[in-house]
Design a protein around this ligand. Structure first.
Ligand SMILES: [Zn+2]
Length: 227
């Protein structure tokens, strides 16, 4: 919010994009009544998931009407379902709002196997959203955010720093003393999303991206119980 307040001294229109698994409630509320800031939050919603706000009908008020966009989603979103949705929505947002500057909140709790979030994004999928925002060629600030499986947070933001710098990183992590063992057992930069996690999404899609039809499974809560 402070970042956006400073940007408003210099730019007419600021776009805030939030891919943290939680609703960006604080930023939305701060700019709910202005048409100079558009907030777009992609988040898990329902079943009392924190913070509980961010339904699709929350669009702003007064001058700010239709300048708050919420994309509430059920658990299990993965690269195949989340990333195309993200790109389609952001293309329209950029076309209509035409921001002078963009702030992206890159919360890593939307990654697979987060301790709080129940999305199944890989580091590639999460980074693709960041990369997509950079492709618009609008000055962009990337921020961190939530993330509760710490080794995945460091993986994600390391990769996205490389994306921003247009650099390619080796998927094998460097053997840095005191830290390397935290990345046991695979010692890789990128996260892989197992079929087990993909199957969660069958409930909503009707078929699995793992290749064969299975009986619907319903997500039941804490991901750790599924591992
Ligand atoms: Zn979060």
């Amino acid at each position: 919010m402070i970042c956006i307040l400073v940007l408003l001294r210099h730019y007419t229109r600021v776009l805030y994009v939030d891919i943290d698994v939680h609703h960006g409630d604080g930023v939305e509320e701060a700019f709910f009544t202005t048409n100079r800031v558009m907030t777009v939050s992609f988040h898990q919603y329902g079943d009392d998931f924190f913070p509980g706000s961010g339904n699709i009908h929350s669009v702003g008020e007064g001058l700010g009407k239709f300048h708050s966009i919420n994309v509430p989603m059920k658990p299990g979103m993965n690269d195949e379902t989340y990333v195309p949705l993200f790109k389609n929505i952001m293309n329209k947002v950029i076309e209509h709002f035409q921001p002078n500057v963009v702030v992206v909140q890159c919360g890593a709790d939307s990654l697979v196997n987060d301790k709080l979030g129940n999305f199944n994004l890989s580091t590639h999928g999460h980074g693709e959203c960041v990369n997509h925002m950079l492709k618009y060629g609008v000055p962009t600030i990337l921020l961190g955010g939530g993330g509760y499986t710490i080794t995945n947070v460091s993986r994600c933001w390391t990769y996205e720093t490389a994306v921003a710098l247009n650099k390619t990183l080796d998927n094998n992590l460097p053997k840095i003393e005191n830290y390397y063992e935290h990345y046991n057992p695979d010692f890789k930069l990128h996260l892989t999303v197992s079929c087990l996690f993909r199957l969660v999404f069958e409930h909503f899609l009707g078929e699995t991206s793992c290749g064969k039809q299975k009986q619907p499974r319903i997500f039941t809560g804490n991901r750790n119980t599924m591992l």
